[in-house]
Structures are given as C-alpha cells and as structure tokens.
Ligand binder design. Structure first.
Ligand code: ADP
Ligand code: MG
Length: 231
C-alpha cells in the first residue's frame, strides 16, 4: 500500500521559555492510500493542531510531514495553499461556509478553485448534496439551516472535488447518531470506490466501534488504539 500521509517525529509547541506549551510530541503515523483513519482524544489533546499541520496551515516545531511521499513541512505559503486547493479537502470545526451563497453555490464555490472542469460541476454538486441528504435544502443559505445541516454542507463541499485526502475535524459532532453513521458510510464508500483517504477526529463511541484504524492522542502522544479497542 502506498502512503498518502506520513508524520515522522512530529512535534509542536506554542510559546517560548516558561510559557512554552508542548502540544504534540514525537508523533509517528503512516496513513495508507484509501484508508479511513480516526484520531480520537479528549478536548484539548491536540487533534485540531495536528490536522492544521497535516494541511500545512501551520508549521511543525519538530519533525517532518510527507504527503504522497513529498515533504510538505517546509512548504512556502504559496506551495501550502496550492496543496490545500488541489489535493486536500478540509472540514473545519467552524464550517467556513459563505453566508450569502446557497448550499449548492457553496459547494460549487469549492469546485471552482480546483481543476475539476466546469462541465462537471453540476453533477458533482448534485451528487454530493445527495450523499449528505440535503436535497430539500439546496437553495437555502447557511443562516436558514441548523448546525447539523451546515455541517453536512461543509462535508459535501469537501467531498465534491474528490480530493486524494480529506481531513475532517469532528465532522459528525452536530449530527444525530443516524446521520453520523450515514456520513461514516459515505466516507467508507469514498475510500473504497474513489480511492480517497480520510482522516477524521471524533470521540463518538459508536463511530470508534466500526472503524479499524483508530489512533488515540493522549498527552500529546499518539497510541495505536486497535488492541485496546478489542479487549
Ligand atoms: N495558537 C495557539 N497558541 C497557544 N496554544 C495553543 C494554540 N493552538 C492550540 N493551543 C493549545 O493546544 C492544545 C490543543 O488544542 P487543540 O489542538 O485545539 O485540541 P483539540 O482539537 O484536541 O481539542 C490546547 O491546550 C490549546 O490551548
Ligand atoms: Mg479541536
């Protein structure tokens, strides 16, 4: 299996001197192409910080990150934004929807900045709206939607371009359990049928139960969760 994302001896701290806070310590992880991987950890354990490093929104203090075997940890601003635009779909905890645009326009907006040809846009928009079950809300603006519906728009926008990697920060936090499982099913299908790789954070026990690749972040360090889960 090819690796899509790899972290080697990754560390991150904020501040200096006596204010220094080490958030991530010696993180090592290899995510294979086409996998659905979950990162769990309590609030404040560093999940969002790690995802920010993986999409090059922030730079590591120590160690290296490889995306498709290319080292991205030293990328310039320009290279980093190109990486996110073309290769990584991001679902942030704050959804980042454009308030004046409808659901379909928000998703199309996400497609415009990729290399997906214009003639494909409508199909991609419709497909992704369908996948997250928002057909009846496609003409609505974010302010007219519930938190969970907005979260599903953010998911649809990230998956519409079918990027090789999706980073999803607690993407089911606002969803009821049926909808959360539906989204996990969608993620599983995207990894199996479209060769996409998805790394998501969650602490939902129902989701942790059905995913094979679970890593736990504790005190800034990563532990493979598999054995623990089945005992
Ligand atoms: N820019 C920052 N400056 C200082 N501390 C930060 C910064 N970003 C995050 N932290 C700290 O890092 C820790 C991990 O935060 P975060 O990655 O958001 O955790 P999680 O997403 O698991 O809840 C927290 O203690 C937080 O206060
Ligand atoms: Mg977080």
């Amino acid at each position: 299996m090819n690796s899509i994302l790899e972290a080697r001896h990754l560390g991150k701290f904020f501040g200096k001197g006596s204010n220094k806070v080490q958030v991530l310590k010696d993180i090592n992880l290899t995510m294979s192409e086409g996998s659905l991987t979950v990162l769990r950890g309590r609030s404040g354990s560093g999940k969002t910080t790690l995802l920010n490093l993986f999409c090059a929104l922030d730079k590591p203090s120590e160690g290296d990150i490889f995306f498709q075997n290319k080292q991205i940890s030293q990328y310039t601003e320009k290279q980093s934004s190109e990486l996110r635009r073309m290769y990584i779909g991001i679902i942030f905890q704050s959804y980042g929807l454009v308030p004046l645009l409808t659901v379909e326009e928000n998703i199309e907006f996400g497609l415009r900045i990729t290399d997906v040809p214009r003639k494909e846009w409508k199909k991609r928009v419709d497909q992704s709206i369908d996948l997250v079950g928002l057909n009846k809300r496609s003409k609505h603006r974010p302010s007219e939607l519930s938190g969970g519906e907005q979260q599903r728009v953010a998911i649809a926008r990230a998956i519409a371009p079918k990027p090789p990697l999706i980073l999803a920060d607690e993407p089911t936090a606002e969803l009821d359990s049926n909808m959360a499982l539906r989204i996990i099913n969608v993620f599983q299908e995207l990894t199996q049928n479209d060769k996409m790789s998805i790394l998501m954070t969650t602490h939902d026990p129902a989701i942790l139960e059905i995913i094979d690749n679970v890593y736990a972040l504790e005190d800034g360090q990563l532990a493979d969760d598999k054995k623990e889960k089945h005992t």
